[in-house]
Design a binder for this molecule. Sequence first.
Ligand SMILES: [Zn+2]
Length: 173
Amino acid sequence: MSAGQDQDDDGCAEAEYESIRLAARSFCLDTLQDLETGMGDESYGDILYHASYKSARHWCEKEAFAHGLAGVELFEHYLERLSARGWGRFSLAEADFRTGTADVRLDHSTLVLSQAEACAARTCYMFAGWFAGMMDWIGENAGKPLSTICCETQCGADGFDHCIFAIRPRLLN
Ligand SMILES: [Zn+2]
């Protein structure tokens, strides 16, 4: 690595990392579109939601202890890492971690930008499970177990300039 060249967390030189990141993202997008076409939106969406929910919890488990983060700081760290991986720019619009309520804003969603033309509503639903998984993990690890759900309630694919994901407590019977 030459002097002054940045290095990311994983130890890859910046240029090398960029090409790996773009290749990985392209692979994911192609795979997602194939799955969506083959399975129909509903079952595909459910599978993705549960997979991303689990993956967010696994990530929390590692990153919370590695960096000594909890609560809103851990959540914002996760959004930074997702943004750095090229899915779009994620930010926390508002949040109440005591009740498990938060809105995540997404600008420049890759899934919206990858659509050739006008497309169906709420294109970025694959991200939703991540945020519910994060919120539930944070609640449990603060000693206040939560059970939340997350939905994309506004999408750039509908003509808005950004997407919104609403995390809300589940209504318990
Ligand atoms: Zn969207």
